[in-house]
Design a protein around this ligand. Sequence first.
Ligand code: ADP
Ligand code: MG
Length: 585
Amino acid sequence: MTFKELGLKKEVLDAVASLGFVEPSPIQQEAIPQLLSQEKDLVGLAQTGTGKTAAFGLPMVNQVDFESKKTQGLIICPTRELCIQISKDFQAFSRNFRNANIVPIYGGASIDTQIRQMNRGAQIVVATPGRLMDMIKRKRVDLSQVNYVALDEADEMLNMGFKEDIDAILSNTPETKQTWLFSATMPREVVRIAKTYMTDPIEITVGTKNASAKNIEHQYFRVNDRDRFDGLKRIIDFEPDMYGVIFCRTRRETAEVAEKLMKNNYSAEPLHGELSQAQRDRVMRAFRKKSIQLLVATDVAARGIDVDDITHVINYNLPDEIESYTHRSGRTARAGKKGVSMLLLNNREAGKLRQIERIINTEIKQVKFPTGEDICKKQLLQLIDKVVAVEVKEDQMAQYLPAIEEKLAELSKEEIVKKFVSAEFNRFLSYYGNSRDINDTSSSSRGGDRDRGRGRDRRRGDRDSGRDRSRGDRRERAPRGDRRERSSRSDRSDRGGEGFNRNVDGESTTLFLNVGMKDFSDKGHLIRVLCQEGGVAGKNLGRIRMMDNFSFVDVAPKIAGKLLKGINGVEIEGGRKMRAEVSNQ
Ligand code: ADP
Ligand code: MG
């Protein structure tokens, strides 16, 4: 199938051709004709790196009237990096329309510049929620004529706490607009968004939901926490051509890992929310130009980022929300290329492996860290290859040769070779000369790990669930004493779940509740309220996930109706009424 057959205008087709796109990707084939011909909302699900931006961008550009100065199209996305990237893509899509003005609106940069750009009349605005709200309040953006709204990486926007901003933004758009949502994964948050903001949307799914791209190879390493950084170094040293993204859990860890890498002479830079706009721009520019080899990033900062030819994604620490793994690994293997996604796992995290495998529907293979010897050999051969391939500039060399020859006259050819190699290579030899095995072999079977891992895993997830990303750093592991104390507390609150899992073989109904961490101090509290008000036994309650403002509770289907009746309308502290309904997933 060709782009022409999709029904796009000549101007758009020419733009697509000059981008080098030969044929539309599957999500583009499915979505573009629908978006051009139907006036309905649409949810499009496709793996990372499959061209979702063009899937909503081309039809939007195709339908917007660039002769008008009114804002007709709006794209909302979570970060400034993504905002800049999407607006560049849109500028490319609309390059053949003389009066096209695509304006990115994001925080951290001069609002005056953005106001000036808006004053010229922007037909399409690409924005992050916070700054856009600001501009709306200042009456610098008028959304009353918007026909198309696209939500990119919408679940991340909810995670970042932008729900209220998005509500407010959308209330400034006309009822008649079309809303398009594109995502790689379909977590419950996305289902919620679809329910909240869309009317009877068409759903397009390409490939399996939540699946990871086929051309990504997934690997994991077993390592003790104290060897985690060494493990990372070995992986990097063993792949001298790596061009990669290293994901950490928090901003602080991101900063630390980047700093340690830089101190060790690696070409690395951090990307996270605490850096200034200018720093982030500089890092992204340098990384795109490949003058930085390794980007160390948080999930939020790197969501949706499209950089060509990333060879490796390294999960230095697992994401809190397992769904994020797909978004991380999706930074590699873009537009049909290949890539590797690696995980460093300690003993406790082994249980998460299967969860991830289930989500990506792919096996994650265990690999061993290269030994010091492996690394030295690889680096050495790489160096020799480089020496063999180097171009000798005979003319410029000539004048220095006599002096060089005189100095080297005493040495044999063998000695010269050894000395030149050592000059470059001693750094590795001395570092890896007597290195030990850092593979954690304390438990070799995955099954065994899994059982042991599960209990602790659950507690960890419990402790972290629903914490606001902006408070990310607090999620770092608590000191030992503290940790023990917290675990025993959440043990209690999780009891209901364990009972249920034993009794009802995985059959469950998921309920959505309009209460969360802001209303209840912990799961135990919520469980008590559900049991008391709903008149049900704790053993009927299963997995509970609490976000700040809402929760999902898995319950035994036989008691779902009774529980809903019991808890709907119950007044909680502060006078708000509790609302519950069966979640669609
Ligand atoms: P997603 O949002 O699905 O993760 P992007 O929209 O960021 O993916 O696109 C990934 C890459 O694929 C981009 O570099 C984009 O330019 C490229 N791309 C998109 N559509 C096509 C196409 N039809 N042919 C070739 N490359 C494409
Ligand atoms: Mg994208």
